[in-house]
Design a protein around this ligand. Structure first.
Ligand code: ADP
Length: 321
């Protein structure tokens, strides 16, 4: 009997999720499998909301941001009986493998589901935060970096013309991967990330050093998890001679068409996911490790903390001299 593969996109959306849906569908179809897409994240399994996916129905979406299946943070999936209901939905459709496209939270949901369902669970990491353990990069990260860099380049024009400091808040409630990479790429004077908190006094000192070097404008990139940036901008203005403005990039970073790199990663991760299914392997995530697409333990992807390379902060410091 032909296999039936389920796909769910869950958690925060990320550019490239559609490219992953398309690739999982087409590779599965090429192997003779049927594909079902569950709608609105885990909620689709609770409400039996789904659509059949075919190579034609996923045409023309590789370049689209967001996810055609929609996504949701679904606290209901953590409530009593929800996992059993999800497992029952999979069984009703004869789904023997489920591909979960999302972040570590979505993978934790998949792990719980794997305890009640015989379907093989495969996680494809997709989040602009790049915070999934075991993969050097997640789908959508490169797009978000490029979006933020493009916007900050524009902000820098005003910073230079008006000789101002701009504090730019980028996404990253818990982790600073996006802020760190964006900060280096825009030549930020200071980068603030949750993993290495900096005091107001230290930030002011760095700005004063920058001013002494003859810099009359500057960019400070802060991950949103570093605290209240409105307050910080005000305090910085009060404690320095500079005019300080705040710009919060917000949701623009999550949307937009995926870059070529995000599309490529999505396509290759998807192919690997279906390959693992063909080998009968479940409870695995796919990831990029030192340039290679690989499969690894879903439990680690869901629960372990991805290390951040703090040395990059020193590199950024040197580059800002
Ligand atoms: P992301 O996948 O982007 O990290 P979230 O952390 O919001 O996003 O997780 C997405 C969803 O995964 C949650 O809304 C919830 O439905 C589900 N989930 C997370 N942890 C669990 C869990 N322990 N049991 C069941 N579902 C979970």
């Amino acid at each position: 009997m032909a296999k039936t593969i389920g796909i769910v996109t869950s958690g925060g959306d990320a550019p490239g999720m559609n490219a992953a849906i398309r690739a999982v569908t087409r590779v599965s179809h090429a192997k003779g499998f049927q594909v079902i897409g569950f709608e609105r994240g885990w909620d689709g399994l609770l409400t039996n909301s789904f659509r059949r996916l075919t190579p034609r129905s996923v045409g023309g979406i590789i370049q689209l941001g967001g996810t055609i299946l929609h996504t949701l943070r679904c606290p209901g999936f953590e409530e009593k009986g929800a996992i059993e209901k999800g497992a029952e939905t999979l069984s009703t459709h004869g789904v023997d493998s489920l591909v979960v496209i999302g972040g570590d939270g979505s993978f934790r949901g998949a792990l719980e589901l794997s305890r009640k369902s015989s379907a093989l669970m495969i996680g494809i990491p997709a989040t602009i935060d790049n915070d999934v353990y075991g993969t050097d990069e997640t789908i959508g990260f490169d797009t978000a970096v490029n979006t933020a860099v493009g916007t900050i380049d524009k902000i820098r024009d005003t910073a230079i013309s008006h000789e101002r400091i701009f504090l730019v808040e980028v996404m990253g409630r818990k982790r600073g991967f996006l802020a760190l990479e964006v900060g280096i790429c825009v030549g930020a004077e200071v980068i603030l990330i949750p993993e290495k908190p900096m005091s107001l006094a230290d930030i002011v000192r760095l700005m004063e050093e920058s001013a002494k070097k003859g810099k009359r404008a500057g960019i400070i990139v802060a991950a949103e998890g570093c605290g209240n940036t409105s307050k910080l901008a005000l305090e910085m203005q009060q404690q320095t001679e500079s005019e300080v403005r705040l710009s919060i990039l917000g949701y623009a970073q999550r949307g937009g068409g995926p870059t070529a790199r995000s599309r490529l990663l999505a396509s290759l991760f998807a192919e690997k996911a279906v390959d693992l299914i063909c080998q009968g392997k479940g409870s695995m995530a796919v990831g990029l490790q030192k340039g290679e697409i690989t499969g690894y333990d879903l439990d680690k992807a869901a629960k372990d903390k991805k290390p951040i390379d703090l040395r990059l902060l020193q590199v950024a410091d040197m580059l800002a001299t």
